[in-house]
Design a protein around this ligand. Structure first.
Ligand code: ADP
Length: 189
């Protein structure tokens, strides 16, 4: 049973790794960024509410993403495990998730922190060229990451759930390191 949360700055490679591992383990890859972008594309009520925040590199309000994640994690395909990518992003979201997972009896989740230096992250995001990847928005997303999301590193260290992975190496090397850290953790429990 694999339940993984991916943490890390924008551009750390969370999405790429999460997608590959989810396909390998045949469990859903739940990316809040992807769900929000889809909602935006379809101009659903959620998408309309989220748009102005996403365009500026701000976080979408907690209650909106929390409701979205709750709906997704209560679908039957999550019973075999899941990978969360882009959530939680605030301490409030992490506390919400903890309560939700208890309620759903989803235990034993681990948190992968993809560690990548800032310069590398900015370069990668500029190359990616997504609609919200202009330099100004990228800079804001990094600031928001530092103030709102980075505190989750200590939060999950405190809960003894954190696995730190060097994200500043090739895609294949990162995958190998994640697999190794998870296997090591499982044999230790
Ligand atoms: P990145 O590629 O920068 O890691 P994502 O694709 O995960 O970004 O998210 C894109 C945007 O969607 C974020 O900048 C934010 O506005 C919004 N978003 C995604 N997940 C969350 C969340 N958990 N809480 C609040 N906003 C979110």
């Amino acid at each position: 049973m694999t339940r993984l949360i991916f943490l890390g700055p924008p551009g750390a490679g969370k999405g790429t790794q999460a997608k590959a591992l989810a396909a390998h383990w045949q469990i859903p890859h739940i990316s809040t960024g992807d769900i929000l972008r889809q909602a935006l594309l379809e101009q659903t009520p959620l998408g309309i509410k989220a748009q102005s925040y996403m365009d500026k590199g701000e976080l979408v309000p907690d209650h909106l993403v929390q409701q979205m994640v709750e709906e997704r994690l209560t679908q039957p395909d999550t019973e075999q495990g899941w990978i969360l990518d882009g959530f939680p992003r605030t301490v409030q979201q992490a506390a919400f998730l903890e309560t939700l997972l208890q309620k759903l009896e989803h235990q034993g989740e681990k948190v992968v922190n993809l560690d990548v230096p800032d310069e590398v992250v900015v370069g990668r995001l500029l190359e990616r060229g997504r609609q919200d990847d202009t330099e100004e928005v990228i800079r804001r997303r990094l600031e928001v990451y530092r103030s709102e999301t980075a505190p989750l590193i200590d939060y999950y260290i405190g809960k003894q759930k954190l696995l730190v992975i060097n994200g500043n190496q090739s895609l294949e090397e990162v995958t190998v390191e994640i697999n190794r850290a998870i296997a090591h953790r499982e044999s230790a429990v």
